[in-house]
Design a protein around this ligand. Sequence first.
Ligand SMILES: [Zn+2]
Length: 537
Amino acid sequence: MSSTILTGGPVRTMTGDGHTPEAVLIHDGVVRAVGTLTETRRSAYETPEIVDLDGRTLMPGFVDAHAHTILHGSAIDWVDLSGARGIGDVVRLLAERAAARPGEAVRGYGYDQSKLVEGRHPSAADLDRVTRDRVVQIQHASGHGYVVNTLALRQANITAATPTPLGGRIDRDADGEPTGVLFDSACDLLTGAEGVKVRNHGPNFHLPMTHAEIDHLFDLGQRSLLAAGITTMCDAQVTQLEMDAYLRARDEGRLRMRTEMLALSSNLEHLTGLGMSSRLGDDQLRLWGVKLYADGSVIARTAYLNGHACCGKPSPDGYLYHEPEELAALITTAHRLGLSTATHAQGPLPIGVVLDAVADARAERPRTGLVHRIEHCGFPTGEQIGRMAGLNVVPVPQPMQVSLYGDSLMDEFGEFGGRFYPYGEFERAGVPVVISSDAPVTMPNPLEAVWAAVTRETLGGAVSGDAAQQAGRANALRGVTVTPARMLGRQDIGVIRPGARADLVFLDADPVTVPVERLPKVGVTESWIGGEEVVLG
Ligand SMILES: [Zn+2]
């Protein structure tokens, strides 16, 4: 393999040593030298090819610590309902798709009931206006639930007699008939007889699909992540369907991103039976840990925020996926297997359950090298943030949600709502600042997410909480590169230094010096993985 020297623009190594070297030498997919052009030339084994950055900024490839490749592909392929401002919009957009793709199920993604003038979820009766002859299924912006039409309810055999499962929600009318709204563990009912069932271990994202459909969605999702400069991602919910899709992509040469997988906790018994005692996989695809769910979604108002409300608004009726003892037992089991845990927890009570469980697991066996995570971690108390620092528990929030949903959270929850994802407190407590997308819940654009963490500006032009919750810019830039890489246990990505993988992004402006309001517009012109440019077909 030939040697390459990249030079001609700012090089942001993210190593924290304050140096901005003139040139980077890569060989065999690995960074071999960093320094002046002369130094790197001297280090080359052979006459290197010189790549001119032409003023562009070179950074390590971005690391997205929490995203969903196939679900993100669905969001791209299905009807985009994120702009819908009323149920009429939802019906019209779906009807257009139904006309454009005759004979196919009509699927949409991204409606948000809080943005609809009706202030409620659409119903089966609403979706019947799209069509009664074909299945219509729309997924909530949180990914935690669906609304389906009457035909889809009938095909899934969901009736007044169907019990509401633990950790789930089936909305019903006065006669007990399902209205078409199914959330969290109730989504198992929609995957069909052959589909994956996750019981009360999480929201089931799946609808009945063929391998060809799944591969198409996978490719769409991966392409979008790569185009955003994300060269390493952690898939935050892997069931049989995702595992099979990743392995197929790898075997067929379609997998490009480095991927760390979180197996959903519904598979823990199988992992135990397999004799897992550490992580499994390689440089490109690895089973890193276990994903668990403690409570529901903040955006869907199914998170366990019970007792929190303000301004005369009712407190939402959130729920837990497991009894606290059951969740603690799952976390302990994963810890014993040598796997990290990543538990979705939003409200103070479920966050406390996770921290107690990690404390107990570490008391039994410290395994200090094993990181445990809290996904999202919307509303930790100050005391809980202090415990995170001591327990090596890392929160993994998505700051773009502060921008997208901060207004409605402050409106409904007052001061409590403004404290959503308290990055400033994380920083001051010495808790790592990690920035992720949860794609498709927010679109993958790491530097836009950095902007959101640094400014906490909402769509409505307010600042969520106060300036004390803003993240520092340098720390936020580390939050999309080196910090999540370290959290994932990888010393060889997220930085540009000798020995690191040559996973790189070329940017059309320098995110360290560009005015902060321009961060969302900084463009990725090339992504490289292992020293080779990723060509998006
Ligand atoms: Zn997620």
